[in-house]
Design a protein around this ligand. Structure first.
Ligand SMILES: [Zn+2]
Length: 454
């Protein structure tokens, strides 16, 4: 046992040397980490984040705003072999709600103090900033993510299964964390992108803090509600509250309207639609009860019997979303439901025009063209493409190992991984590319293109 541990420490240590630099900066609400190079004006991003936390917390009624319990500018630095050891050095004076995180040098840790919200001591927040979306997706093996919020990173199943150097650092971070890139996808400017992702993820943090303050567990809330609350926070703080008298619900929630009009419900919205449907639900509730604050006041009682409430609201919500949807809405809904955006990121190294095909899809029937355009046989991959495909294999490793994945899918993923390894070692790149594509199609393509959505 001991030898294995020593070997692991050695391996992780060696991996650590090759890792991109991860630089911490103290922050009023916790700590920032910059992955890779620190951007030219880091204070601009720190200020944006402070500003958004202030606005989001005020929107959620979490005021007076939480403040640091001690001077946050000079976090106490501890030299220790592990986080546990650093915590032992700090105890008993260090609050359990404070977090101990990796410091600027290997073998150093920072004691980041807890925050005080009225009488409630809460965890500080860790913000991990990646230079661009590609780095975030590769480090987390999340090719369909724009950003992320973790309640307690060390317990996250995904992080436990990843071996990227950034994941190793993330595992060491206690308390809630937000991961986001400086540069996202065009056409948004990097600042717009950073801000909108940040508003959404801080909405999740506010939900967590709000739930704690009400003796509730955020883990007990459904994804539909969690994403709906974050989307509503982002939407309202970015664009102002929807004009309830003039804007028709269907024009604000076109994807949710397509879903509702085709018989989809609140409880059965697929994962790919929970952001859109969740946003429509929260907006529906705000209009029903006049203010977001009123919905928050009622939420604890809603949560006692959530499924019954959803069933009760569904008819009225569907009626509320009646009306003509814009022509692009059914196309977008279908692209989402069929995971086309995700699949396009996975096959892009093989089919560089995959995104153009997605962008060029203007009619629902044309979604079939996307699947036809990537049905192979794939071209011989370039060395650069091979590298990218190899990185994306982690998607199947996660499928092969994660709990909750159906056994047949796990077995299929294991079998595919074995074949990918064989072809890789034999240097048979055509067979490798064909197997990779087969893996994407068998694991992610919907079983049949349905007539109506779902
Ligand atoms: Zn979210």
């Amino acid at each position: 046992m001991k030898r294995t541990t020593a070997l692991l420490v050695l391996l992780l240590g060696v991996a650590g040397i090759a890792a991109p630099a991860i630089t911490p900066t103290p922050w009023r609400y916790g700590v920032f980490y910059w992955v890779g190079e620190v951007p030219e004006h880091p204070e601009a991003y720190v200020n944006m984040a402070t500003n958004w936390v202030d606005r989001v917390f005020a929107f959620w009624g979490l005021t007076p705003l939480p403040g640091p319990t001690v001077d946050w500018r000079n976090p106490q630095e501890i030299s220790a072999n592990s986080q546990e050891e650093a915590r032992l050095v700090l105890s008993p004076d260090f609050s359990p709600a404070g977090v101990v995180v990796p410091g600027p040098e290997a073998g150093t840790f920072w004691a980041v103090p807890s925050l005080l919200l009225r009488e409630l001591e809460i965890n500080p927040l860790t913000l991990v900033v990646f230079p661009a979306i590609g780095e975030l997706q590769t480090s987390l093996c999340a090719f369909n993510w724009a950003g992320a919020f973790f309640r307690h990173p060390p317990s996250s199943e995904r992080l436990a299964l990843l071996d990227s150097p950034v994941a190793a650092v993330l595992r060491e971070i206690g308390g809630p964390a937000i991961l986001l890139p400086v540069i996202g996808r065009p056409p948004m400017t990097s600042q717009d992108y950073f801000m909108s992702i940040l508003a959404h993820e801080i909405g999740h943090w506010a939900t967590l803090v709000w739930a704690e303050g009400h003796g509730l567990d955020m883990a007990g809330m459904t994804g539909l509600l969690i994403e709906g609350l974050a989307e509503y926070t982002e939407f309202t703080l970015s664009f102002g509250e929807p004009d309830r008298h003039r804007a028709a619900p269907v024009s604000l929630h076109p994807v949710a309207a397509v879903w509702a009009q085709r018989g989809g419900g609140l409880a059965d919205a697929p994962n790919e639609l929970i952001h859109a449907v969740g946003l429509s639900l929260v907006d529906f509730l705000v209009r029903k009860h006049y203010l977001f604050g009123n919905v928050l006041r009622l939420l604890p009682s809603f949560l006692e019997d959530w499924n019954a409430r959803l069933a009760e609201w569904e008819g009225e919500w569907r009626e509320w979303l009646r009306g003509e949807v814009p022509p692009w809405a059914p196309v977008r809904t279908r692209l989402l439901v069929e995971k086309v955006f995700y699949v396009a990121s996975l096959v892009e190294p093989l089919f560089p025009n995959a995104w153009d095909v997605v962008r060029g899809t203007t009619a629902e029937e044309d979604v079939a063209w996307f699947w036809a355009s990537i049905s192979g046989p794939p071209p011989t991959p370039t060395p650069d493409a091979l590298q990218k495909l190899r990185e994306r294999e982690c998607v199947f490793r996660l499928a092969a190992q994660r709990e909750g994945v159906p056994p047949e899918v796990r077995e299929q993923a294991q079998e595919i991984l074995a074949r990918l390894d064989q072809h890789w070692e034999a240097g048979d790149w055509d067979a490798y590319a064909a197997t990779y594509l087969e893996a994407v199609l068998t694991q992610l393509k919907p079983a049949q293109s349905p007539e109506g959505i779902p």
